[in-house]
Ligand binder design. Structure first.
Ligand code: PGA
Length: 255
């Protein structure tokens, strides 16, 4: 049995004070059922410490992720932050290769691969995002496209490391658009992702790796999506900015 994951990607939202208010409100709603889900929030880099302090004080069963990181430990990379930096302030997960980073900040498969390697080496959990654009979906080549992203992003890892990764399937046409993939569409690609992992790293890695769906997931559509055999949870943008919605999503995953 794979433990479900609910990860909130706050993107470039919430100031320090707003972040504290949101996580206090999330933390107040936790209960014993949260132990059966890996719950992660990914605030902006500058607010990780504030969020960590709240969770620490409350002993909340919630982990913290960064939304991006550089693969080098230090150096002349103006504007970047390193793994030792995010780790020291409390991050144990990190989103890698989100489509917004790929599209707007030129993140390539090879950069994603370097980040995944560096995170694994540091004992952190990468949440590696993959997903096709609307034109690739319309062409019908999306399974092939996503499988290649998976293959390139994980290249060179041991099977045991792949097993500990999280892969998030986020069709770009469903992100922030309100247009969710149907459970069947999401399952088709998530199962292809698992098959790709099986082909390259064996069945054990494929059965252990957690595959999430992301793209306009909310409490109203989560049950059917997470109910699919190859979908182990969600990477949630918009709905993670409301404590009630986010906590309802954890409840769905805990069932
Ligand atoms: P959304 O974003 O839930 O707002 O569609 C998901 C994501 O980009 O991770």
């Amino acid at each position: 049995m794979r433990k479900p994951v609910i990860a909130g990607n706050w993107k470039m939202n919430k100031t320090w004070a707003q972040s504290v208010l949101l996580v206090q409100s999330i933390s107040n709603r936790t209960d014993d059922s949260w132990e059966s889900v890996d719950v992660v929030v990914c605030p902006a880099l500058c607010n990780i410490k504030a969020v960590q302090s709240v969770f620490d004080f409350d002993r909340a069963p919630i982990a913290i992720g960064a939304q991006n990181v550089h693969w080098e430990a230090e150096g002349a990379y103006t504007g970047e932050a390193s793994i030792p930096m995010i780790k020291e302030i409390g991050a144990t997960y990190c989103i890698v290769g989100h489509s917004e980073r790929r599209e707007m900040f030129g993140e390539t498969d090879s950069m994603v691969n370097k980040k995944v390697h560096a995170l694994i080496q540091a004992g952190m959990t990468p949440i590696m995002c993959v997903g096709e654009s609307l034109s690739i979906r319309d062409e019908g080549t999306y399974v092939d496209y996503v499988s290649k992203q998976v293959s390139a992003g994980l290249a060179g890892l041991d099977a045991s490391h792949v097993a500990s990764c999280i892969i998030a399937y986020e069709p770009i046409w469903a992100i922030g658009t309100g247009r969710t993939a149907t459970p069947e569409q999401a399952q088709e690609v998530c199962s292809a992702i698992r098959a790709q992992v099986a082909a390259e790293y064996g069945d054990q890695a494929a059965q252990s790796v957690r595959v999430l769906y992301g793209g306009s997931m909310k409490p109203a559509n989560a049950e059917e999506l997470i109910g699919q055999p190859d979908i182990d949870g969600g990477l949630i943008g918009g709905a993670s900015l409301e404590a009630e919605d986010f906590c309802d999503l954890v409840k769905v995953a805990a069932r």
